[in-house]
Design a protein around this ligand. Sequence first.
Ligand code: CP
Length: 336
Amino acid sequence: MSSDFKGKHLLTCEDWSKQELDTVFNTASDLKQKFANETPTRYLQDKTLFMIFFEQSTRTRNSMEAGMTQLGGHAHDLTADKMQLSHGETPKDTAIILSRMGHGIASRNCFYGIGNKYLSEIAKNSTKPVMSLQDDIYHPFQGLADLMTIFEHLGKNTNGLKVTVSWAYADTHSKPLSVPQTQILLFPRFGIDVTVAHPKEFPLSKNIVEKAKKNAEDGGGSLKFTNNMDEAFEGAQIVIPKNWGGFGYYDINDYLQNEEESKKEMKANLEKYKSWICDDKKIKLADKNVKLMHALPADRGNEVTDEILDDPNISIVFDEAENRLHTAKSIMSLTM
Ligand code: CP
């Protein structure tokens, strides 16, 4: 294995060059093939990863823990309530201590205005690589699995590929902005033409949109926005219909100062857009070979109909979920 990446953090794909990401994807493909052939890949024998989850997770938790086992190491599945951080121990002290005991730290903290700051503080004080398992701004492992899945289904030359990232209605919980924000930052770096659709009360963060436009200019892709879901689906080769909360509608300090009021307003706004669902009618507007992607969990019947999500000719969501394992193993084996 290359040792060039040893100790490198993954808080956002923005900190990884395109060339470095190519190595990540090649390593992930190699690990995927070896997993299928049951070829051992004990590249992290006797190594320990500490994972700290502040929120629920199925894909991220299990891709990391299974990944560490398959690489010959072990992952501790920690939650905030099991640790002294629930009594106020600082991220700085937590990072110093865990990085003395093991070989990597990973954490999910999606609290708006808090998560990325928390992870950055851990990374600043850790002597071992720190991996984001999703925060309020970025979800780098999801972006990597998404792009690997696109390469597998649409080919490695993604120049001019039309991908639509659309807000969709959901009534489960206010999902973070981090998945669509990671996608709009990452995809245009690979020449992809991204269209984002959302109701006016559900924008993405302004600074991320500005950075994503710059990435598109540099990477040869493009980025455009619309408030019309149908328009965004026209001719799309990949559609990603997914809910996110209306956090980007507010100045962050105003939001944090009036959190309860803002949440009430977000809920009222949400109810106006129940028609934002990916169904057969929407799919018919897209390219005839359109593929559906979704980070999952999907809010079935709200974000997307069962008919589309379960259509094997359209839906590639389970390949996308499986690729969370291979990309996680790639990053861990390269950095730890
Ligand atoms: N896509 C994703 O991050 O899934 P989990 O929340 O289950 O980890």
